[in-house]
Design a protein around this ligand. Structure first.
Ligand SMILES: [Zn+2]
Ligand SMILES: [Zn+2]
Length: 209
């Protein structure tokens, strides 16, 4: 009877579609959350679920700068995702920071766990320079796509315009980016990212702005 059972077992073991959860921390506008949900669904071949908002964990608060440590938020998100979600994206309007080689506490747009489950993005720095809502939305979707790319194992990329370019703390890098992965990064995503390579090629000729 074993030959009859085998196909059933194989069917049960088939890989599930990746599930990306979005966790709003504190108050995040519903329209912003929806923009991120749509952006992730457009960029990645995954199911997206939006979790009920909850408060930022007090343990992540960094009192000297009145902001939240992104690394502590990743730990919090990792615990939440365990066994339930392939990836989890924390979203907050509060400023977030991490440690770099030169700075003990450095404000960032976002942070992602390379090859892990969690990433977090803050809208706090995305509205700088009197940006329009459309531009802020564009920056937000790029920032989330970039941090999710890290969780899918992509490191920073030196190809001009690639979504995985290191922003190096300046919003101009984000604005100059195409929001798309370059061909090499796309190949590393093994079918999870549904990004047109042509978009990167087109943007390659549009430098100098
Ligand atoms: Zn990065
Ligand atoms: Zn790239």
């Amino acid at each position: 009877m074993l030959h009859i059972l085998l196909p059933v077992v194989l069917a049960l073991a088939a890989p599930h579609r990746p599930v990306v959860a979005i966790q709003p921390y504190g108050h995040v506008d519903a329209a912003v959350v929806d923009r991120v949900r749509a952006g992730v669904a457009a960029d990645y071949d995954v199911d997206v679920v939006v979790l009920p908002a909850r408060e930022l964990p007090a343990a992540a608060y960094y009192r000297p700068r009145a902001r939240y440590r992104a690394d502590a938020l990743l730990d919090d998100l990792d615990r939440e995702a365990a066994g339930k979600y392939t990836k989890i994206v924390g979203l907050t309007a509060r400023d977030i920071s991490t440690s770099t080689e030169e700075h003990a506490d450095w404000g960032v747009f976002g942070l992602g766990d390379l090859g892990g489950a969690p990433c977090v993005v803050s809208t706090y720095r995305l509205s700088r320079g009197g940006a329009s809502q459309a531009l802020v939305d564009d920056r937000l979707v790029k920032a989330v796509g970039h941090e999710l790319g890290h969780t899918f194992g992509l490191d920073h990329c030196s190809t001009p315009g690639c979504l995985m370019a290191d922003a190096e703390g300046t919003i101009r890098t984000v604005d100059a980016g195409t929001g798309r992965l370059c061909a090499a990064c796309l190949a590393r995503m093994q079918g999870i990212a549904r990004v047109a390579v042509e978009a990167t090629k087109r943007a390659g000729g549009a430098g100098g702005n």
